[in-house]
Each structure stands twice: as structure tokens, then as C-alpha cells.
Write a protein that binds this ligand. Structure first.
Ligand code: HMG
Ligand code: MG
Length: 311
């Protein structure tokens, strides 16, 4: 039995925009989040509290959160790799604070070093006080597990390597684990094998999939996860993004593509596809290009919108 309802976490404002080479004004980030929440997204990864030397694009994190009005029922998440990041997020006025924070580790040592400048064990030791302090402040903690099927530096990643970090996340008390195919090399059986390891240690409602679409496999991987009962996925409007520490990786699966597939399967998301396509077209226009989403492009073409900027 497939799930009847799916929760989508929109990561375009963070995972998408973090990778833009040219500075994106805070006003555009705010405009994007407002359009996404108006389209019905209820979980949005808004920004990161990471070192601005590492990811300059997210340096305006406070400005973005201060500029947002969060409707009832919408939850904001932010990335916090260490206590410094968490403290900055908690320093915001109560009504501007995120609802959730995300710690992010990797299943491969090489990617851990490149992305957060420490080993996997060091990362877990660094996350432990972040998890405790976030819980103390009443925030939910999600953990993202990068390179769960493949690593740009190491190559193939085994389910045992995934499970080792999943167990580490469990030990430090995170609430949720997201299995991430950072470079989009996963195919359905490999993704299911990684997911199985997460589901050994976390309940179904606290496991999600985060699939980059570099090799065009993301929708197939989502379907493979739905067949296992997994019903939470990250997606990025207009297919924005990539990872600054994973060369050649393109964006997450486009939210429009996921919503179209789920609508067609009769699986509820609460998202209005037309409004979502508008949000994707808007941010793509702000960035000076056409949306990457196949569904976004098809719907815009049907509306008679000329996509004269190549994707
Ligand atoms: P480090 O250089 O080892 O840290 O970086 P440090 O503690 O030595 O600090 C270096 C400098 O950064 C210091 O400043 C700190 O104050 C500052 P200085 O004294 O030189 O002026 N600093 C900070 N500033 C603001 N906020 C902070 C913060 N922390 C330190 N939180 C660190 C270690 C983890 C900080 C760094 O490696 C980093 O920020 N990495 C972030 C990388 C990143 O954001 N990658 C992209 C997101 S992950 C992703 O996209 C994957 C995901 O989508 C899932 C998937 O697809 O796989 C989640
Ligand atoms: Mg990602």
C-alpha cells in the first residue's frame, strides 16, 4: 500500500540558493519563501547558520528570517552545524526563530572533511551539544545524512557506512534522519538499501528522502521509497541548486515534478501545482534563467509563456 499523503520539505531557499555563484538579495529569498508558503508548502528550509567564509550565499540568514511572516501551520528549518550557528538562530526574536534545526553529517569520511572540515566521529561529537541545546529551546532536530549512496570523492558508499552514522545520530538524540543522495547517483534498489538501514533505527514518520536529480533518477527513487511506506521528501522548487562541496551535482528533484507525480497518483501533498509553478518561474526569473523543472516548463509552455532562456 502506498502512502495516501506525503509531506514535502521545500529546500530551494537553502539547498538551492546556497549554490548560486552570484549574490541573491535577501529580498528575493524572502519573496521566494512567501510564494512557497502561499502555494501550500508547510515545511520550508529557509537558510543556513553556517560559516559565511564557507558559504557566503547564506550570510544573510538573520535578515531573511527577520523579513519573513510565517503563517500558522508553516514550519521553518535552518542548518546549524555547530553551537555557534544554533546560538545565532536562537538569538532571533521568538516569533522569528526557526521551528527546526538541521545538523548535517556524511556517510563518507572524505565528504565530511570537505563539507564540514572534520571527521564523521568529530561531527557527531560536535552535533551532540547542538541537539541538546536545540531540544532545551524547544526545537525539533533533523539530521541530514549526505552521500548515502555515493560520494564525489570516495565513490560507492555501502549501507553499512550509512547505518554507522544513522546509529550515531540516534545516539545523540536527533528526532529525524534524512537520507540524502547528494550527487544523484542513486538508483532505486541502492536507495532502498540505504533507507532500510535508517528504518531499522528511526520510525517511518521520522525518515525522509533527499534526492538530487543529477542523473535523472530522483523520481524513481522517490517511488521506490513510497513503496517502502516512506512519506516525507525534500524537494527544491524549479530544481534549484546543488552542493558547493559536490562538484557537478545539480539541484534536488524539482518540487513541481514531485507534486505532479503525486497528484497523478492521487497522493495528497496540500500543494497547489499552479501556484508552485508560478513560484518556480518567479525565482528563476530573479536568477535570469528558465526553470529546470520538466513539469514547470511544460505547464509554462501550455500557458503560452516563452521559455527563451535555456535551462
Ligand atoms: P571550520 O573552519 O572548521 O570552523 O569550519 P571554525 O570553528 O574553525 O571557524 C572558522 C570561522 O568560521 C571562524 O571565524 C568562526 O567564527 C566561523 P573567524 O574566527 O575565522 O572569523 N564560524 C561561523 N560563523 C557563522 N556561523 C557558524 C560558524 N561556525 C564557525 N555556524 C564549519 C567548520 C562547519 C563551520 C564549516 O565547515 C561550515 O560552515 N560548513 C558548512 C558547509 C555547508 O553549508 N555546506 C552546504 C550544506 S550541506 C548540504 O548541502 C547537503 C544537504 O543538502 C544534504 C545533501 O544533499 O547531501 C544537507
Ligand atoms: Mg542537498
Amino acid at each position: 500500500m502506498l502512502p495516501t499523503r506525503v509531506t514535502l520539505c521545500e529546500v530551494g531557499p537553502r539547498d538551492g540558493l546556497q549554490n548560486e555563484a552570484h549574490p541573491v538579495p535577501a529580498a528575493a529569498k524572502i519573496g521566494l519563501v512567501q510564494r512557497l508558503q502561499a502555494a501550500g508548502l508547510r515545511e520550508i528550509e529557509v537558510t543556513s547558520f553556517v560559516s559565511p567564509k564557507w558559504v557566503p550565499q547564506m550570510a544573510d540568514n538573520t535578515e531573511v528570517l527577520m523579513g519573513l511572516a510565517r503563517p500558522a501551520g508553516v514550519r521553518y528549518a535552518v542548518l546549524t552545524p555547530n553551537l555557534k550557528g544554533l546560538e545565532a538562530a536562537l538569538a532571533l526574536p521568538a516569533d522569528k526563530r526557526p521551528d527546526e534545526v538541521v545538523v548535517f553529517g556524511a556517510a563518507s569520511e572524505a565528504f565530511s572533511q570537505r563539507n564540514i572540515n572534520c571527521s564523521i566521529d568529530e561531527s557527531l561529537a560536535r552535533f551532540a551539544p547542538v541537539v541538546a541545546a536545540a531540544h532545551e529551546a524547544g526545537l525539533k532536530v533533523r539530521a541530514a545524512l549526505s552521500c548515502a549512496v555515493g560520494c564525489p570523492y570516495q565513490g560507492a558508499v555501502s549501507p553499512d557506512e550509512v547505518e554507522r552514522v544513522v546509529v550515531g545520530f540516534k545516539a545523540i538524540g536527533v528526532d529525524h534522519v534524512g537520507i540524502a543522495d547528494t550527487i544523484g547517483v542513486g538508483t532505486p534498489r541502492a536507495v532502498q538499501a540505504a533507507m532500510e538501514r535508517a528504518l531499522k533505527h528511526f520510525p517511518l514518520v521520522e525518515v525522509s528522502g533527499h534526492f538530487h536529480d543529477t542523473y535523472g533518477q530522483a523520481l524513481a527513487n522517490i517511488l521506490a521509497c513510497l513503496q517502502m511506506g516512506v512519506h516525507s521528501f525534500d524537494a527544491s522548487v524549479a530544481g534549484l541548486g546543488g552542493c558547493p562541496y559536490a562538484k557537478g551535482a545539480t539541484g534536488n528533484v524539482a518540487t513541481e515534478d514531485v507534486v505532479f507525480m503525486l497528484d497523478g497518483m492521487g497522493i495528497e501533498t496540500g500543494v497547489n501545482l499552479d501556484a508552485l509553478v508560478d513560484a518556480g518561474a518567479w525565482i528563476s526569473g530573479q536568477l535570469g534563467r528558465a526553470p529546470v523543472s520538466r513539469v514547470g516548463r511544460a505547464i509554462l509552455a501550455r500557458r503560452g509563456v516563452a521559455l527563451d532562456v535555456p535551462a
